[in-house]
Design a protein around this ligand. Structure first.
Ligand code: MTE
Length: 314
């Protein structure tokens, strides 16, 4: 059964390069103009963006062009085709939106998204972003620390993990219907210590604007030292648990996608090396290309997170 799972987002780049990495200027310009269609522009949110940048977090590379970050997406609830996601999100309703905070906490609560973004001060952070497939970007995210929400929820003494769940809306998410073999809804999880780390964010925007639907509107997780698959999109539930929650990819193929999924150049995926990354960028002719860079341990965030790990986590 597992063998039948199509795993488009982990295809070797040799298979995706012809259509997705080197594209003609004309097609790319078309993508640029259509990218805006998926944008979620909430009237209530407009005064919040752009948020003030937190200069503590710096990059060793230029920012990725916005058109690439919003036009080359993994969001399997819509389609496996990265460049198609932006065109399939039209029916996805991100307003109104509620996020339920539940489980081993003294203050369980269901928040309206407008309440969340006004309650926890938003800031912009420039982070590296690395997919398990080996492509990478550098993105200006807008959000608030996970720790702010968790502190308000007030975890009980036996709270150990944070489970996050994506919306399950087959009528609005065509990929759920066309790919029934995945164990929907998409679920991810962190240890409490990981979620409390200063780098871990709940994000509601990017490039100084509310998150476009294809990037996980209206709220997603950004955990920059982990592979992209941990960065769950369009979250409706955050549950604090005693036991380690299962996660979609780890459940599906545990030998290939670890529960931790920390970026680690020394641990190859069974079918490709993780020693280098393909940093996406616009080519001189306006096409999407990439430059190869060595993968950094914990995606370059070792100083922030190494104390959380022995190094053997998978
Ligand atoms: N979240 C949900 N709900 N569904 C998904 O398919 N894909 C993950 C992650 N979050 C995914 C998801 C993967 S594999 C990656 S690399 C990132 O989202 C991609 O985020 P981006 O499209 O904003 O670059």
């Amino acid at each position: 059964m597992l063998i039948k799972i199509p795993r488009g987002w982990e295809l070797p780049e040799s298979k995706v390069t012809p259509e997705s990495v080197f594209r003609g200027r004309r097609e790319f310009v078309k993508t640029l103009s259509l990218a805006g269609i998926g944008a979620s522009v909430s009237g209530a949110e407009t005064g919040l963006y752009p948020a003030t940048r937190n200069t503590r977090y710096t990059l060793d590379r230029p920012l990725t062009a916005e058109a690439i970050a919003t036009g080359y997406n993994n969001f399997y609830e819509f389609t496996l085709d990265k460049q198609e996601v932006q065109h399939r999100v039209g029916q996805f309703k991100v307003e109104p939106w509620k996020v339920k905070v539940t489980g081993q906490v003294n203050n369980p609560k269901t928040y309206d998204i407008d309440d969340l973004v006004s309650r926890f001060p938003l800031e912009e952070r420039l982070y590296r972003f690395r997919c398990v497939e080996a492509w990478s970007m550098a993105v200006p995210w807008t959000g608030f620390p996970m720790s702010a929400l968790l502190k308000e929820a007030d975890p009980k003494a036996d709270a150990r993990y944070v489970r996050m769940v994506t919306a399950y809306r087959p009528r609005e998410m065509p990929g759920i219907v066309s790919q029934p073999h995945y164990d929907w809804p998409y679920e991810e999880a962190l240890t409490m210590a990981e979620a409390m780390n200063e780098l871990a964010l709940f994000c509601t925007g990017l490039y100084g604007k509310p998150l476009p639907k294809q990037n996980g509107a209206p709220i997603r997780a950004i955990i920059p030292w982990k592979y992209g698959l941990k960065n769950i999109k369009s979250i409706v539930e955050i549950a604090i648990t005693k036991k380690r929650p299962p996660t979609l990819w780890n459940k599906a193929i545990p030998t290939e996608y670890g529960w931790y999924s920390n970026v680690n150049p020394t641990k190859p995926h069974p079918r490709w090396s993780q020693a280098h990354e393909r940093f996406l960028a616009l080519g001189p002719g306006g096409q999407v290309g990439y430059t190869m860079r060595p993968t950094l341990m914990y995606n370059g965030y070792e100083a922030f997170v190494s104390e959380l790990y022995t190094g053997d986590e998978f």
